[in-house]
Design a protein around this ligand. Sequence first.
Ligand SMILES: Cc1cc2nc3c(=O)[nH]c(=O)nc-3n(C[C@H](O)[C@H](O)[C@H](O)COP(=O)(O)O)c2cc1C
Length: 202
Amino acid sequence: MELSPDALAWQDSYKLLVGCVVPRPIAFVSTQSRDGVRNLAAFSFFNGVCPKPFIISFAPMFRGDGEKKDTLRNIEETGEFVVNVVPDELVQQMNLTSPEYPPEVDEFAVAGLTPVPSRVVAPPRVAESPIQMECERVQILQFGDGPGGGFLVLGRVVHLHVRDDLWAGDRIDGSRWLPVGRMAGNEYTRATDRFRLKRPSL
Ligand SMILES: Cc1cc2nc3c(=O)[nH]c(=O)nc-3n(C[C@H](O)[C@H](O)[C@H](O)COP(=O)(O)O)c2cc1C
């Protein structure tokens, strides 16, 4: 099969993209509006960028009606957010936050998750998440200007919370929690089958 994304409707292009880039880690992003309304939403266009400065990125697309998502608006307004990771035991609550609720809805309450104050930034963290990254906005890049388009949010992690039982002295022990990844459509994967692969030395 040969495909040119430019020739596809944005919905078909989206299906292609989420089929090509798998599995994707999930950023569970908490923000707060200027007026202090909390917001929580999942984003699987999420990745690390570099460790020093400690930069992560995630990509909120435009909504289908062409409006910006609440998460993006809040970061534009305040410059702050928290990325909480999603272990297997949080997938149901994460899923409850995914409908596009109006801005006044607090998805912490919808999902029954516990907001706890952050150390450096104003938006709260998700107490139930084992790794929480407090971030300050570095840059927001825009691509397109309506449905199918989106934004790349680059954030600097200014403070990190790692649950004590995950900490192995100088690193996070990945075997002590069960991350979930997003596949295409409604499909997810658990990181249950791990293997080691030593890099060849020159
Ligand atoms: C697992 C998962 C991953 C998602 N990844 C993205 C994403 O990378 N980009 C995006 O724009 N929306 C993504 N969504 C949809 C948003 O979570 C959804 O639009 C949400 O309502 C946005 O909330 P907000 O308007 O409060 O920011 C994802 C949803 C789920 C459940």
